[in-house]
Structures are given as C-alpha cells and as structure tokens.
Design a protein around this ligand. Structure first.
Ligand code: 4NP
Length: 152
C-alpha cells in the first residue's frame, strides 16, 4: 500500500486535479487497492472550499468527478501519514521542506520530476489554461506510476 498526497498552493485547482486524475489512472490500471490518494494546499486561504469550477469542468470533460472534495491545508501530521508528497511547483517543495524540517525521510518531490521533461506545473489560476494543466498533470501521474512499477 502506497499513500500519495498531491500538494499545490490553494488545493482548489492543481492538486485536486492531480488527486482525481491519479484515482482515475489507478482505476484504469486495476491497481486501486494498492493506493490511498489525497491532496492538500500549502496555504489555508481556500480551506473548506470546493474545487474551482474551471478545474472541475476540465475533469468532467475527461469523465472524472471530484464531487465532495473540499480544500484542506497541509499539516505536519500529513508528513508521517503519506509515503509520497508530490508538489506542483518548486515553491511548494521549498514551503514543505520548511514545515517538515528539511524532508528528513525524502518523501517530497515535484510531480514532473518523474517525467522526461521536469518543470513546474504553471498555476492555471493565472494562465487560465486548464486543459494544459490537465495534460501536464496526466503526464506526471503516468510517469510517477511507471516509476513505481519499475521499482517492484
Ligand atoms: P492552486 O491554484 O494552488 O492550483 O489550487 C490557486 C488557487 C487560489 C489562488 C492561487 C492559486 N489564490 O491566489 O487564491
């Protein structure tokens, strides 16, 4: 069993998209029972809010529901709870390294560092390009799962 937490700033756009894209991908790969998947934000600004409508609509275009998801802030106890903490940007990695005393267990990564073209996933709050966000997250999730299957 692997526990995976996706992290962005607000937990209303990128990390919930990653949470539900990952759930869809593990369902397609018939390995849902091997994972616990969730998401959180580095900020408490959006705490309790549902997924931002354009992000929800982009997921729905791919047949994915994120019903019931509410934003939550990353807490120190999440660090012990999860095996992989996958951030959307280097700034989130830096924030979480501060909160966790420098990531002593080596659990914090940037999602696209698992791909062949490592980079930050741009914030769609500003780019407004939710289909690009979806494509980049999907690429990262697939690369992450492929890297785990090579490990086994
Ligand atoms: P997220 O997007 O970090 O992908 O959830 C954002 C959500 C809210 C804000 C910025 C980014 N904001 O400034 O309120």
């Amino acid at each position: 069993m692997k526990k995976v937490l996706f992290v962005c700033l607000g937990n209303i756009c990128r990390s919930p998209m990653a949470e539900f894209i990952m759930k869809d991908e593990i369902s397609k790969r018939n390995c849902k029972a091997n994972f616990v998947v969730a998401s959180a934000g580095t900020s408490d600004e959006e705490e309790g809010n549902p997924v931002y409508p354009p992000a929800r609509e982009e997921l729905a275009r791919h047949g994915i529901s994120c019903a019931g998801k509410r934003a939550k802030k990353f807490t120190y106890s999440d660090y012990a709870e999860y095996d992989y903490i996958l951030c959307m940007e280097n700034s989130h990695v830096r924030d979480l390294r501060r909160v966790t005393g420098g990531d002593p267990d080596g659990k914090i990564f940037r999602l696209l560092d698992f791909s062949s073209a490592p980079h930050d996933i741009a914030d769609p709050w500003y780019t407004r390009n939710f289909s690009l966000t979806y494509a980049e997250i999907e690429e990262g999730v697939r690369a992450f799962l492929d890297s785990l299957s090579k490990e086994i």
